[in-house]
Design a protein around this ligand. Structure first.
Ligand code: NAD
Ligand code: IPM
Ligand code: MN
Length: 360
């Protein structure tokens, strides 16, 4: 069976880590007997350079005729001086999420055994590792709420965004979080700021109501400021963290670093019909782009999530995860995750090692 996949490398380290991901996906196709047909298209800064806009109609068309989107990352210093609404993040990534109604962003932050030493937490805190799933609402909240605007001049010049959630939006992301928790340790912690924001008072109420549909799952509520602190104090207390769009963005970078590096955190952005966009939680990493040193694991594991969630190849996804665990155990590590005494390898050497591990 052949599946059409849209491959949007984007900017910075995007093309470097995507190349290794395609090689890994090719290896599992060979081993598990299915076939992916990739169509590459420009997105983000490279699309501005080549086509004059960050999300050309031709790229959207490729996505629409595919079963899933593999996405690298967009943005970088070259495009930061464009008007905000033309910049890659706002003109490509957010519209793609909205267009396909990708409301459910899953960001699994799990420490591989071999990387416990790369976690910045004290060994007695991290223990043998932790396993947190951030479930982030991705198509609403302050990112998309209207009105947004800017006007005036002088000391009265002002700018504003609006944080808004509807009941239906909260209910559907909460259901995803509870359903995910049922397959894990059956605990949801909803992250909000209900002590200050009206929208978050509503969020808390609706999440409580949805909890009634999942009596086997324990629900707790925590304020975002306390959540960021508790995550470094004792990450083991969390199973599923349910967050709105912006708090989920912040918590997921913190969770990523606790797994050893920004380069480790994969993500799936799903709609209600198994269609998904799969991208690392981190960005285009301009500080290391073009050097061949980026960690490809977040992108590779995003590819594994695509096999699992959009295409239903669980075994192939597991084979990728196991290969990653195995090469890390052999201390094959890029510079962002090396433990003392280990010589870092390049992006492509790490890709080679994962491919070899899968095929042996
Ligand atoms: P970033 O995630 O790109 O980088 C933060 C730090 O993490 C940097 O030191 C970087 O080197 C490191 N890092 C990230 N991924 C890594 C990897 N795979 N291997 C090794 N190290 C890695 O965040 P930033 O610097 O705030 O943003 C840079 C650009 O990326 C901005 O334009 C931002 O808007 C954009 N961005 C895009 C996405 C996306 O497209 N999904 C996500 C986040 C940020
Ligand atoms: C992420 C990124 C994006 C976000 C940016 C680039 C728009 O930080 O996917 O976490 O804030 O959602
Ligand atoms: Mn982010």
């Amino acid at each position: 069976m052949t599946h059409n996949i849209a491959v949007l490398d984007g900017d910075g380290i995007g093309p470097e880590v995507m190349a290794e991901t395609i090689r890994v996906l090719d290896a599992v196709q060979q081993k598990f007997g299915f076939s992916l047909h990739y169509t590459h298209a420009d997105v983000g800064g490279i699309a501005i350079d080549n086509h004059g806009e960050a999300l050309p109609a031709s790229t959207l068309q490729v996505c629409e005729t595919s079963e899933a989107i593999l996405f690298g990352s967009v943005g970088g210093p070259k495009w930061e001086d464009l008007p905000p609404e033309q910049q890659p993040e706002r003109a490509a990534l957010l519209p793609l999420r909205k267009h396909f109604d990708l409301f459910c962003n899953l960001r699994p932050a799990k420490v591989f055994k071999a990387l416990v030493g790369a976690c910045p937490l004290r060994p007695d805190i991290v223990g043998n590792g932790f396993d947190v799933l951030v479930v982030r609402e991705l198509t609403s909240g302050i990112y998309f709420g209207q009105p947004k605007g800017r006007e005036g001049s002088g000391p009265d010049e002002r700018a504003w965004d609006t944080k808004v959630y509807t009941r239906a939006e909260i209910e559907r992301i909460a259901r995803m979080a509870f359903a995910a928790a049922q397959l894990r340790r059956k605990k949801v912690t909803s992250v909000d700021k209900a002590n200050v924001l009206t929208c978050m008072v509503f969020w808390r109420e609706v999440v409580k109501e949805v909890a009634g549909e999942f009596p086997d799952v324990e629900l707790n509520h925590i304020y975002i400021d306390n959540a960021t602190m508790q995550l470094v104090k004792d990450p083991h207390q969390f199973d599923v963290m349910l967050c709105g769009n912006m708090f989920g963005d912040i918590i997921s970078d913190e969770a990523a670093m606790l797994t050893g590096s920004m380069g480790m955190l994969a993500s799936a952005s799903l709609n209600s019909s198994r269609f998904g966009l799969y991208e690392p939680a981190g960005g285009s990493a301009p500080d290391i782009a073009g050097q061949g040193v980026a960690n490809p694991i977040a992108q590779i594991l995003s590819g594994a999530m695509m096999l699992k969630y959009s295409l239903g190849y669980e075994q192939a996804a597991t084979a990728i995860e196991e290969a990653v665990a195995a090469i890390l155990a052999k201390e094959i590590m890029t510079q962002d995750i090396v433990t003392p005494g280990v010589t870092p390898v390049s992006t492509s050497v790490m890709g080679d090692a994962i491919v070899r591990e899968i095929l042996t």
